[in-house]
Design a protein around this ligand. Sequence first.
Ligand SMILES: NC(=O)c1ccc[n+]([C@@H]2O[C@H](COP(=O)([O-])OP(=O)(O)OC[C@H]3O[C@@H](n4cnc5c(N)ncnc54)[C@H](O)[C@@H]3O)[C@@H](O)[C@H]2O)c1
Length: 253
Amino acid sequence: MKLKDKVVIITGAGQGIGKMYATKLAQEGAKIVIAEINLDNANAVAREIEGQGGDVLVVQTDVSDEKSTQKMADETVKAFDRIDVLINNAAIYYGIGFKPYDAISVEDWDRLMAVNVKGSWLCIKAVVPQMKKQKKGKIINVSSATWLMGIPYMLHYVTSKAAVVGMVRAISREIGEFGININAVSPGLTMTEASLTLPGQPPNLDKMISEQTAMKRNEQPEDLVGTIIFLSSDGSDFITGQLINVDGGWALH
Ligand SMILES: NC(=O)c1ccc[n+]([C@@H]2O[C@H](COP(=O)([O-])OP(=O)(O)OC[C@H]3O[C@@H](n4cnc5c(N)ncnc54)[C@H](O)[C@@H]3O)[C@@H](O)[C@H]2O)c1
């Protein structure tokens, strides 16, 4: 077990890739905190983890709200005494669809930035004081290959996923001296329900992307798990401020 007794907060773990992280990291011995806005989904994932014999806590969290992210950190420490890992996975992605840059409403732009960018920062702010006390901690921001590829027609989303990498690079220099590592992972188009149902997607998007990758297949949520375990584990203690593309060789150009 590579993460035995590590306390891992995963935001947005109620479905899709975050749910995969939660169930797989629990199998590696981690104590999982599901910080998710959708309580029904969060509870369903928690039941699955408990069914596997894992330790899990649900904290209903809106990552865009500072009181809520503070509660996420406080309840984690109350339940498990520490915070070893934060995975900033929550995002507005499901249902965003493809639209020209000038058809995105200001309200949609602001809401997406509040969750995807401000939300990652607020979660970092909430957990770092505890990690400082421990003189150790790991933070992983979830980016996306879309900004490296310059994918058009989802400008707010793509901009937000570039921003979380800038955040990683800059803040790594502010928190490294406390033994806290922060890195980013960049998935390619991954076959979650959100990707499969993206409104306005071109026909055969999955086939097109699979042909563009070096590995010549579509990415599955499981493909991300090994890198997330590595970045959560002691094996990555001297890696910080980095972006790892886990995309089967899609963003190679
Ligand atoms: N699926 C892909 O192709 C892909 C590719 C690259 C990056 N990503 C990124 O990976 C992550 C997961 O992707 P997914 O396909 O599982 O997405 P998803 O939209 O299915 O899941 C996102 C989760 O975040 C939760 N969430 C949304 N707003 C929240 C808030 N304010 N507070 C707390 N939780 C909130 C949702 O309820 C949901 O459970 C996202 O950061 C996404 O941008 C996905």
